[in-house]
Design a protein around this ligand. Structure first.
Ligand code: AMP
Ligand code: ZN
Length: 137
């Protein structure tokens, strides 16, 4: 996809600060970081989101995330790391080429990834779980 910014970064057409690269992924610095060191894992092939992601690439991504997270923690001495991935505008996705965020976190930092905890009525969680489970293939 020539009009996709992350395809152009993944191919090297647009330069980026690269942390890691293999045949399936490029891990780069996010241009507008939530915290210094914020990285994004890009797939080399264009998938708009998790729903489009091919199984074999899906099976490899967590190993890349684990490897980079360990290096990041060691180098930055952060207290924690968020691994985030947004699908769809409603979920906060702004670039429609699959990517995973690795965000270094520090005690009392100014990064806010929060929701108001909700609650289920009696039996509601089990009911929803069963409905979703029924659609698994
Ligand atoms: P998301 O909201 O999950 O789609 O995240 C998109 C991320 O891509 C944001 O954190 C942006 O700062 C980042 N981003 C957008 N353009 C670039 C770019 N040219 N190089 C690096 N990161 C980028
Ligand atoms: Zn793309």
């Amino acid at each position: 996809m020539t009009n996709c910014i992350f395809c152009r970064i993944a191919s090297g057409e647009i330069p980026s600060s690269v942390i890691y690269e293999d045949e399936d992924f490029k891990v780069i610095m996010d241009i507008a970081p939530a915290a210094k060191g914020h990285a994004i894992i890009l797939t080399k092939k264009h998938f708009a989101n998790l729903f489009e992601l091919e199984e074999d690439v899906a099976g490899k991504v967590l190993s890349v995330a684990k490897k980079v997270a360990a290096a990041m923690k060691e180098e930055l001495c952060c207290d924690g790391i968020n691994l985030l991935q947004n699908n769809g505008e409603a979920a906060g996705q702004t670039v429609f080429h699959l990517h995973f965020h690795l965000i270094p976190r520090y005690k009392d930092d100014d990064v806010h990834i929060k929701w108001k905890p909700g609650r289920y009525e009696d039996g509601e969680a089990a009911d929803i779980a069963a409905k979703i489970a029924g659609r698994l293939i």
